[in-house]
Ligand binder design. Structure first.
Ligand SMILES: Cc1ncc(COP(=O)(O)O)c(C=O)c1O
Length: 371
């Protein structure tokens, strides 16, 4: 089937770019002696997770137990949940542990104790890592707090838990204003984990970091053992604007159709917030809008002429920035979205394409698994 025969909108993933992205990150991680454990939040696809593992990934990450259940049922044998999973999920986690190696994070004394009790009662041992807040200020213990090393030691002493190491996510890297700032965030992150590991006085096997914008800098940090980028599989407009990818690396695009052409400077597409999400882009420079449209279906590089300025649920309002576009209702465009992870979460399946040929349809099997 040709992609021009597909009903629209459709989420397309270019097979060559996907393979190249997976290869490149794996080769880089391996060359630096680091384990790669991709976050599966980007593709939510067991088939793509298998491609990552075949290339050398040590396992995957998921956020929610429901996502992990999907991947475990498809034979993924090592799943890390770098999410503060609450012990109310204990029975499901115990079940998961029967078919796959599971690890979670802890950042709270009472929660860590509750997990330890559950595991003792079940006669099991759960692998855990202490989550450290390296500046994103979401989850994680404060590494400069007076009790940070004490907390790590106390988790290490809990029967029922096996403390594997420390883990962080530098989500604040998405707000960086320059390459230098990203480099500094990656270095600070590695140094923070290494210092806390040292202060704890325990021999920790793993220091795990992960975010796509910092991945290229984390590679050179000798104290780390693992990186967990996720977005690198597809990349998106934000990663280009943060210097993590080139336009020609972006594997995920949205095939959309022009449904109205109200004026010279306005084009309406059939992909609204239900397809693209309402996520804005991040970048070193202001990166306005909800994505850019590529008028030439074969091109990678947006010419800057078609900016998605506004979204309704089923409409994208595109501004023709330079006033020249001959798009008419019925014409197809490809949209490079701001954030590929949320786009794949919105569709039941993605179409794998090779040039203009649709070569496979893959279910986004773990999408929508929010508990
Ligand atoms: C805990 C954690 N680790 C790793 C990642 C992957 O980061 P990225 O999406 O930048 O690849 C995320 C993304 O949200 C995350 O929350």
């Amino acid at each position: 089937m040709r992609l021009t025969e597909l009903p629209t909108p459709q989420v397309l993933v270019d097979s060559t770019r996907l393979a190249a992205n997976l290869d490149k990150m794996q080769l880089a991680a391996s060359a630096h002696g680091l384990s790669l454990r991709p976050h599966a939040k980007t593709h939510k696809s067991p088939a793509i997770a298998r491609q990552q593992i075949e290339r050398g990934a040590v396992g995957i990450c998921c956020a929610k137990v429901g996502e992990a259940e999907v991947f475990a049922a498809e034979g993924i044998e090592d799943i890390r949940l770098p999410y503060p999973v609450h012990p109310t999920n204990a029975s499901r986690v115990l079940r998961l542990m029967e078919s796959t190696r599971v690890s979670i994070i802890v950042d709270h004394e009472a929660v860590a104790r509750a997990w330890a009790q559950v595991m003792q009662r079940a006669g099991r041992t759960l692998d855990v890592l202490v989550k450290v807040d390296v500046g994103f200020h979401r989850c994680g213990i404060d590494p400069s707090g007076p009790d940070a090393a004490g907390f790590v030691r106390s988790v290490g002493m809990l029967d029922g838990l096996r403390l594997r190491g420390l883990l962080s996510h530098a989500g604040h890297a998405y707000l960086a204003g320059s390459e230098q700032e990203l480099r500094r965030i990656a270095a600070d992150e590695a140094n923070t984990l290494a210092a806390l590991a040292r202060d704890s006085g325990i021999a920790l096997e793993e220091l795990s970091v992960g975010a796509t914008p910092t991945a290229r800098f984390s590679l050179g940090e000798k104290t780390l053992t693992e990186i967990r980028p996720g977005n690198y599989a597809y990349f998106d407009r934000t990663q280009v604007a943060l210097g993590a990818a080139r336009y020609e690396d972006c594997a995920l695009t949205v095939l959309a159709r022009v449904v109205s052409r109200p004026s010279r400077d306005r084009v309406i597409l059939d992909c609204g917030s239900k397809t693209l999400s309402s996520d804005g882009a991040r970048g070193f420079q202001p990166t306005p809008g909800y994505g850019v449209a590529l008028q030439d279906l074969e091109s990678s590089e947006p010419d800057g002429g078609l900016l998605i300025e506004r979204l309704s649920e089923e409409h994208a309002t595109v501004r023709v920035v330079n006033g020249v576009s001959n798009l008419e209702p019925g014409n197809l465009v490809r949209v490079l979205p701001n954030h590929s992870c949320v786009v794949s979460n919105l569709v039941d399946c993605i179409r794998i394409v090779d040039g203009s040929a649709v070569v496979e349809t893959l279910p986004v099997a773990a999408r929508g698994k929010i508990w």
